[in-house]
Each structure stands twice: as C-alpha cells, then as structure tokens.
Design a binder for this molecule. Structure first.
Ligand code: BGC
Length: 462
C-alpha cells in the first residue's frame, strides 16, 4: 500500500459521513428527551439542567455588578455597569489558578477566589460597597434556584476535593465571610453557555433573539431556550426556561445508555485519551471535541503513524512520546505546508520533519478538527430542530451566541461547523455571533435581571 493510503487507513475512523452524523444527531435528540424527563433525568447522560434563567433583559435593568468567571486555568473578576441596554465593563482582573489549586481541596480553591476578589475590590475602591454578584461557574451544576447550585462533577482538569455535591454559592460566601474584610450582596449562578447567550441578546444586531449559547473552548457545551411544558422534571408548564444541556456528557455510559451512545464511533485514540484523563468515562463527547483534548488525540495518532514507519523516519522521540506536548492551539497553525510549519513541528516534537511529514501532520490535524466541528454540528442541529418543532414552524430563523478558543481561533473550524449544520438542519437558518467577554457580561446581565425582579418583588430593599 502506498504511504498516503496507509495514513488514510489510520485516519478513516475519524471521518464521519453525513449519514452517520444524522444518526448521531437523532441519538442526541433522544438523550435530550431523557434528560428532560421526570423519571429518567437522574440517569441521563445528557443532563439537560434547568438554569432558572427565564426572563431576557427588557432594557430597564441598571446598576453596578460584580462578575466572577471560573471555568479554565484562569479566574476573572469583573466590575460591570448595566445601563441603557448596554453592558459596560468598568474594569477586570485575571488571576491564575495554579495546577495545585485546581487539584487541591475545595477550601483552598474558594479561599483563592475570595482572595482574588478581595484584591480586585481593593484596587477598585469597592470594598465598602455590597454589590450583587454574578458567578459564571462553567461546570455541571444542579440548580434548584438561581442562587443555589450543587456541583454534579468537576470537568476540564479540575478535581478539588469536597466540592462535588455541595452548593457552590455557599462555599463562595463562606470563604468571603471567613475573611471578613468585605461582603457581597446576592449571588446569581450561571453556566458560561447561558452567560454567552444572554450577552448576545444585548449585542446590537438586527436579529430577533439569541436562543442558543454554545462554547467550544477548553470544554464544550450548549444551552437553549426550552418551553416549560417540555421540562417534565419541573412542575411549571408556562413560558420558557434556558436549559444547560451539558452536551459534553453525550456518549457517557449510563443505565439508560449502555453501551454508550457514541461507542460505535470511538477510536482507540479516543479511548486512550479518556482512560488516561483524570475523569475516565466522563464527558466522552467533550473529549472528542474540545481544546483540552484535541491536541492529545493528534499526538497519539502521530505516535501510531511513526511506529508504523509512516512518519519522521519511524523515530518516536521522547517529546513526541510525552503526554500533552502537542497542544490544540498548534493545530490552528499547522494548516498547509511551508517552512514555518516544518520548523514548528520540529521544534515542538524534536523530530526531523520532511515536507512529506509536514503534509501528513497537517492532514491529521485537519481530520481531527473536522470531526470535532462535525460532531458539534450534529448536536447543534438537534437543538435547532427542537426549537423549530417547539414553535411548530416549517422554518426557523434564530441566533447562536458562541465563545471558546477552538471556535474563535481555528481558521476553518467555524466554516466546517456552520456548513455541516446547514446540511443537517436545512430548515433552520442559524446566525452565529461571537460573544466578546460573554462570560462576564452575561453573568452581570443575568444578575441584573434577577436583581431587578427581586427588588420589584420586594425581596430586596436597596
Ligand atoms: C462543563 C460545562 C461548560 C463547558 C464549557 C464543560 O466541561 O461541563 O459546564 O459549559 O465545559 O466551558
């Protein structure tokens, strides 16, 4: 067999036909139904979590708010002003979350967050004020109210002990009260997808409503506006609520999905990435799509090709053989072949890279990022169709607020995703809006809406 054919043979399991993607889209629809069901939701792989975000901003909201944004290796604190239908960022600060805190105890994590917030308030001369706070906490949480949020499980490399099963709002408040040098008013919890969707509703574009929020970054997930009558696990039947799908869990084995819904398309490389992760068996869909894992899948394929003498003269270097040496961000750069690409590969993996080698590496990167975009498209098409059917419309026009480095930084990702959605959901015309600073601004917006409602209802006196 010629070299190209042998390489293609290795890559074949990553290439999903449109027929297969359609099938995956229907499986996702079924999983969404399970997640919304009164009896099945607890066992569902796709959690479909109620967010208690029901009202969209009506333009009357105003005031100063704090926003916290925790979801990756950084933690952001923002001071946001909402006025005249605009969300203005007054100032913000980034604090790193060192690895030992990400994998330490819950107390250490929340003490660190409270310390960063304290330093920010000090720098802003806000310590004497008691501002409402929106907390974008980008992990799966079971919310019973907008200000009570129980962490179901950590994802994306976090594993702080003593937090799963606990109310994150309480842990934050406890850490702040323990310090005693400042205080905050009410806390409103939001997922980053929800914040992104809400912040897009405020952007000045002519589209009616943004009904979907999607993140494709370190992790991946989407939320959308669902009719209450379909949220069988809640008693209420009127109006709408934003549902955090937690689509990253699609493909996880559960009593309702065994074998897992994606077992037939999982490659040996995916299985290895999962098995060597800190949360095996959890968030299988996310591990095929998001920035935390794509680079590692590429590296494992490169090792296999080299072992089979199809790359780098068959020499597996220590760098190439070391976990996480090839990062997802490099995939954006390795598109096509030129001297810069060759130099980058040589530098990263400490290999001797010929032009042919670079061509193969580029093909691997393209194949893995295409599969990621196509899988997202399959799930997104299912969500869009669901919204269309809820509205009993033949054709749906709606908008998706998007954030995340994979979507924003990769040169072809968004085109591949958008083309595939158009193919898989031809009755849905989706406009994609990149959300700038969505996590922070959206959290402040949700807080502003809740704050105004609570104040109107006399639950808070200013
Ligand atoms: C989390 C989601 C989050 C997504 C994107 C996933 O790992 O479970 O809650 O929205 O990452 O940040």
């Amino acid at each position: 067999m010629c070299l190209t054919l042998q390489v293609e043979e290795t890559l074949k399991p990553f290439m999903l036909s449109m027929k297969k993607l359609r099938e995956i889209s229907s499986r996702f629809t079924k999983e969404m139904d399970n997640g919304l069901d009164k009896k099945k939701h607890q066992k569902a792989a796709v959690k479909m979590l109620p967010t208690f975000v029901r009202a969209k901003p009506d333009g009357s909201e105003r005031g100063d708010f704090l926003a916290l944004d925790l979801g990756g290796t950084n933690f952001r604190v923002l001071h946001i002003r909402v006025e005249d239908k605009k969300i203005l960022k007054v100032d913000s600060q980034i604090c790193a979350i060192p690895q030992e805190i990400m994998q330490g105890t819950g107390h250490e994590l929340f003490d660190h967050l409270a310390k960063c917030l304290g330093e920010f308030l000090e720098s802003q001369k806000l310590k004497e004020q008691k501002l409402p706070l929106g907390f974008t906490f980008s992990f799966p949480c079971e919310q019973t109210e907008i200000d009570k949020s129980i962490l179901i499980r950590w994802t994306k490399g976090f594993s702080c002990s003593g937090v799963e099963g606990k109310d994150v709002v309480q842990l934050l408040k406890d850490a702040i009260h323990k310090r005693g040098d400042y205080d905050i008013s009410s806390v409103v919890m939001v997922n980053d997808t929800v914040a992104t969707m809400m912040s897009c509703n405020q952007q000045e574009h002519e589209d009616p409503d943004c009904e979907i929020g999607m993140i494709i970054g370190t992790g991946t997930n989407a939320c959308y506006m669902e009719d209450m009558k379909n949220v069988k696990r809640c008693e209420e039947t009127e109006g709408q609520m934003c549902i955090n799908t937690e689509w990253g869990g699609f493909g996880d084995k559960s009593p309702l999905s065994d074998p897992g819904a994606l077992d037939d398309i999982l490659t040996d490389f995916d299985k290895e990435v999962d098995e060597t992760s800190i949360n095996p068996g959890v968030h299988i869909f996310e591990k095929m799509i998001s920035g935390m894992y794509l680079g590692e899948i590429v590296r494992l394929v490169l090792v296999e090709l080299t072992n089979n003498n199809l790359l780098f003269e068959g020499k597996v270097t220590v760098r190439l053989d070391t976990k996480h040496t090839f990062e997802t961000k490099h995939m954006s750069f390795i598109e096509g072949v030129d001297q810069e690409v060759i130099d980058t590969i040589q530098d990263l993996l400490k290999v001797r890279c010929s032009e042919d080698d670079a061509r193969v590496v580029s093909l691997v990167c393209d194949t893995i990022s295409s599969r990621s975009a196509h899988l997202c498209a399959a799930a997104l098409a299912a969500i869009a169709n669901r919204i269309r059917l809820n509205k009993a419309k033949d054709n749906l026009k709606t908008a998706v607020g998007v954030d995340g480095t994979v979507y924003k930084k990769h040169p072809n990702f968004r085109h591949k995703l958008e083309d595939a959605v158009a193919f898989l959901a031809p009755e849905c015309d989706l406009k994609f809006y990149i959300s700038e600073d969505g996590s922070g601004k959206g959290a402040a917006m949700v807080t502003a809406v809740a704050w105004c409602n609570w104040t109107e209802a006399g639950l808070i006196t200013k």
